[in-house]
Write a new protein. Structure first.
Length: 367
């Protein structure tokens, strides 16, 4: 049985009274030999807990909380992971790479995602599903802030008004603008002549007035002719065709997170049926991006280019080459052309469907 000397016993009592943890005390055996305290045992967690903590670090990096992610990485240092095939240590090089990172994005993000995916596959866990709450949080951050109180805001959008009413309102705005400019023009004409040439009532000569009236009448007549032509074209349009066309795209179409993958596919079909092949190609590309976001393969970042997304993909993906080609065609059609053909849309849609089918097969295989 081990025994402490009176001096060490008194010190231990004082330390306990003060609420301070006593340091490691050399113990003396019955044979009179001192024994050193045993080193602390490294914490042990399961493989599922290890993957969960890595995914938490990934979520913090996605939210650009770099300091919190570094703290979580430091907490995994010297941790032992226990699984069905034995025990292994946490990836010290990966944790060190995260600890030295200066930005939330970088090589450590790609390596972390690859590590999580490989551990899930090795541990027989279910396939990776998108963090829906994180996607909703990112989408909410892109929404504009609410307007401050004060001022009258017209809540009726122009596209909600009838066609004739919109045309009439546009003509009235144009006439008001022309009236203001004509008034300034008339004032400028009168200023060209000295005051001595004006009549007693402060008006110009009759000839000058007739010239001004003729110019104004000509401009007004030209505006009326243009307005009549616009009205005839609007009445001559096929009502059935106009009703079958989907509404014009809004700024929401520029955000991949504004729709789900299935909604983007349906929207692409509607655009193609209306002959808007260029927008249909963009809808197919957004369907692929949203599916990759949901699978955790890509991570949405505002301002990131399409080629930066492609560069972050692991080279082991079987459909990576198809996504590279789809990105090349989309960039060419959207930024380098005004109109796209039905053949180009058909090619891009087939390539996009192939990528979506491959993602679905990978998801079922991982599950």
């Amino acid at each position: 049985m081990l025994a402490l000397s009176p001096r060490w016993t008194t010190l231990a009592i004082v330390v306990c009274a003060l609420g301070i943890a006593p340091p490691a005390i050399a113990q003396t055996s019955d044979a009179g030999k001192q024994t050193t305290p045993s080193p602390p045992t490294a914490s042990r967690i399961s493989l599922a807990d290890y993957v969960s903590r890595l995914e938490k670090i990934e979520g913090l990096l996605s939210a650009r909380q770099l300091d919190a992610a570094k703290g979580q990485a430091a907490g995994l240092k010297d941790v032992q992971i226990v699984w069905a095939k034995g025990t292994f240590s946490a990836d010290a090089s990966l944790l060190a790479l995260i600890g030295k990172a200066q930005l939330a994005d970088g090589p450590h993000r790609t390596r972390l995602a690859t590590t999580i995916r490989e551990l899930r596959h090795a541990g027989g866990m279910e396939g990776v599903h998108g963090d829906r709450k994180l996607l909703e949080k990112i989408a909410a951050e892109q929404e504009p802030a609410e307007l401050t109180a004060g001022g009258d805001i017209d809540t009726t959008l122009d596209r909600d008004l009838p066609m004739l009413e919109r045309v009439a309102e546009s003509i009235m705005d144009m006439l008001r603008w022309i009236g203001k400019k004509l008034k300034k023009f008339v004032d400028w004409l009168f200023d060209l002549f000295p005051d001595t040439e004006r009549g007693k009532e402060g008006k110009g000569s009759p000839a000058l007035r007739w010239i001004v009236f003729a110019v104004v009448a000509g401009i007004v007549l030209l505006v009326l002719i243009l307005a009549v032509r616009v009205l005839r074209r609007s009445k001559g349009a096929d009502p059935a065709l106009a009703a079958s066309l989907p509404p014009l795209g809004s700024t929401a179409d520029e955000d991949p997170l504004s729709r789900g993958a299935t909604e983007w596919e349906r929207y692409a079909a509607e655009l193609a049926a209306a002959g808007r092949f260029r927008e249909a190609i963009r809808a197919w590309y957004h369907a692929v991006l949203v599916t990759c976001y949901a699978a955790g393969i890509l991570h949405f970042r505002k301002g990131r280019t399409n080629w930066e997304y492609v560069a972050s993909l692991p080279p082991t993906l079987t459909w990576r080459a198809d996504l590279i080609e789809l990105t090349r065609r989309f960039e060419k059609e959207w930024y380098g052309a005004d109109l796209s053909t039905a053949e180009t849309n058909e090619e891009c849609s087939e390539r996009a469907r192939g990528i979506l089918d491959a993602l679905e097969r990978e998801s079922r295989g991982a599950a």
